[in-house]
Design a protein. Structure first.
Length: 189
């Protein structure tokens, strides 16, 4: 089974606690105004990865922490589930996933997938609802800690602090992380 991916990056320090590997899925029909990841919207862009090959790529990173964002990961739900099973079977023990869907919707439609995730950040990005909390783009978004063993580690997101961004050059400049609303980030640098 294949999954369409925009970017894989290690090390990632700005989307979840500690050093992680980040996976950006390709395709998002939400198209939230002000989204930093507009390059992930087109469902026909990106690269098709075999799920097994992607799991092997993650395991090369020397971390047991993964952040999956996008795009909208649940728009490739069947492949996402297979990826999550592969990650779990390989010993990954901290999976943070970003989704524009509400938690209630995900519970109703994808409960089997939620059982494979440790922490969710859910809700569409709303540019007119600034937040000071790390790991959230806007105040309406909610962090749901599904694995209570990670609760203390993830509670740091409630601390108000400066947001950090990573800038990488991989066939173009990418800004990783969540900028504070009000900062202007141009898509093309």
């Amino acid at each position: 089974m294949d999954i369409r991916i925009n970017l894989i990056h290690y090390p990632l320090y700005v989307l979840g606690p500690n050093k992680r590997i980040g996976i950006w899925t390709q395709g998002c029909s939400f198209e939230c105004k002000g989204c930093i990841s507009q390059h992930t919207w087109d469902k026909d862009e990106g690269v098709l990865y075999g799920v097994e090959a992607l799991v092997k790529e993650v395991l090369k990173s020397n971390t047991k922490r993964v952040t999956i964002t996008g795009g909208e990961p649940f728009e490739q739900a069947v492949a996402l589930k297979e990826l999550l099973i592969g990650l779990r079977d390989s010993g990954i023990d901290d999976i943070l996933l970003y989704s524009g869907f509400s938690y209630r919707y995900l519970q109703q439609k994808f409960q089997d997938i939620l059982e494979l995730i440790d922490v969710l950040v859910v809700g569409r990005f709303e540019i007119d609802k600034p937040t000071e909390f790390v790991y959230k783009g806007s105040d309406n978004q909610e962090m749901v800690i599904l694995n209570q063993n990670l609760k203390e580690e993830y509670m740091s997101y409630k601390k108000k602090r400066d947001r950090e961004l990573q800038v990488i050059n991989r066939n173009g400049i990418f800004v990783l992380g969540i900028p504070k609303i009000g900062r202007q980030i141009d898509e093309k640098v």
